[in-house]
Each structure stands twice: as structure tokens, then as C-alpha cells.
Write a protein that binds this ligand. Structure first.
Ligand SMILES: *[C@@H]1O[C@H](CO)[C@@H](O)[C@H](O)[C@H]1NC(C)=O
Ligand SMILES: *[C@@H]1O[C@H](CO)[C@@H](O)[C@H](O)[C@H]1NC(C)=O
Length: 199
């Protein structure tokens, strides 16, 4: 009797092992196939990460009184760029922060949008800050900036992007943008603009 029971157990065990082995082999094959499909898609379409690029910027207004309150108005254009020749790109969760002397003076946002293939879309912002009270360190920085006639601002932030291929979406990618801008004052034109953009 014990012999048969052992044989039974052995058979069940081997049956279980075989089922598991077949399942694993099927799973491995599926994973390899999925990987191949992704590779082929990358090879054929060679998708590139969509990105944000700085366009023009202009300082329209700079009111600064000796009590240390500053209010400004800037005009900023940013481009959402999709260099992909075959795929559209979706941008969402776009959030950029405009800083003056490390104080955030405005947040720029955009509702989700799509950039067609091989194209770019300009996003125009008319940024009006509320009056910003400055501490003494920032006040002396403004004084020297006004003396040099170069007013610095810093723009930094990011957006999520995905390229789309029919009904196939890529995973979400980040598009970063950070720009150090200097404006000539009183006319407000850009003196220098150093930007980093990328994923
Ligand atoms: C992509 O756009 C550029 C300029 O807008 C154009 O010169 C080029 O021919 C376009 N490429 C394709 C493949 O459509
Ligand atoms: C602003 O002033 C600078 C320096 O004088 C000059 O180069 C620039 O062309 C001026 N910009 C405008 C829009 O007048």
C-alpha cells in the first residue's frame, strides 16, 4: 500500500512540476515576445522624448518702491516640442515656477494638450505678479540689479509627456525646463538667457 501512495504522490508532484514548467515557459515566451514588439516599435519609429523649449521673454513692468515691495509683469513664450515624425505627443501636468531672488512670484500652468507629429506649439504667458515684499537681502540685490540695469529671473519646472502610436501610449516621461534670464531695464528686452531642457 505505501508503495502505491508514494507512486501516486510522485506522479502528482511530477504533474505539478510539469504544469509549472509549461506555465513558466509560456510566460517567458510572452515576455520575450512583448520585449521584441517593443524593440521593433522603437526600431521602426525611433520615438524621441518630447520636450519644453524657451521662446521669447520680455520684462514689461517692474515697480519697486523703497519700502521693498516689488511687482512685475513678464511676457514669456515656451514651446512644447515634438520631434517625432510618426507619433503625436501629449503634454500634461505642466507646472513652471517663476522666481525672483529665490522667491516664487508666479506659477505657470497649462491644461493637457497634444502636439502633432514633427511640430511644436507655443504657450504664451502674460505673468503678473502680486506685490512681493522683499527682505533686506533681496532689496539690496534689487538695488544692485537696477544699478547694473540687469534684472534676473529664474524659471524652472516640468511637464509630463507621452508619445502616442495609434492606441499605444508610451509610459509617462518628464520634460524639464530651467532658465536663468536677465532683462535689460528700463526697456525690458532680454540680455541673456541660459536654459536647460530635457528629460
Ligand atoms: C518636419 O518639419 C520640418 C520643419 O517644420 C520640415 O522641414 C520637415 O520636412 C518635416 N519632416 C517630415 C518628415 O515631415
Ligand atoms: C533695449 O536696449 C538695449 C540696449 O540699449 C538694445 O540693445 C535693445 O535693442 C533694446 N530693445 C528694444 C526692444 O528697444
Amino acid at each position: 500500500m505505501p508503495h502505491r501512495s508514494y507512486a501516486e504522490r510522485a506522479r502528482r508532484t511530477s504533474c505539478f512540476i510539469w504544469t509549472a514548467a509549461i506555465f513558466c515557459a509560456t510566460l517567458a515566451t510572452a515576455v520575450i515576445l512583448a520585449g521584441l514588439v517593443v524593440l521593433i516599435i522603437y526600431f521602426i519609429y525611433q520615438p524621441k522624448s518630447p520636450y519644453l523649449k524657451m521662446g521669447d521673454a520680455k520684462l514689461l513692468r517692474l515697480d519697486y518702491d523703497q519700502s521693498g515691495t516689488l511687482s512685475t509683469q513678464l511676457q514669456i513664450t515656451i514651446f512644447a516640442v515634438n520631434d517625432n515624425i510618426k507619433t503625436n505627443a501629449a503634454f500634461y501636468n505642466l507646472r513652471l515656477h517663476l522666481l525672483f531672488q529665490n522667491v516664487e512670484i508666479a506659477e505657470l500652468q497649462a491644461a493637457p494638450f497634444v502636439v502633432p507629429k514633427n511640430n511644436s506649439i507655443p504657450l504664451g504667458y502674460d505673468v503678473q505678479s502680486t506685490p512681493i515684499p522683499l527682505d533686506s537681502g533681496s532689496m539690496s540685490a534689487v538695488d544692485s540689479a537696477l544699478k547694473n540695469r540687469e534684472i534676473p529671473f529664474f524659471l524652472t519646472g516640468k511637464a509630463r509627456t507621452r508619445w502616442r502610436l495609434g492606441s499605444l501610449y508610451s509610459v509617462g516621461l518628464w520634460a524639464h525646463l530651467s532658465c536663468q534670464m536677465k532683462f535689460f531695464w528700463p526697456n525690458g528686452s532680454t540680455v541673456s538667457m541660459e536654459c536647460n531642457s530635457g528629460g
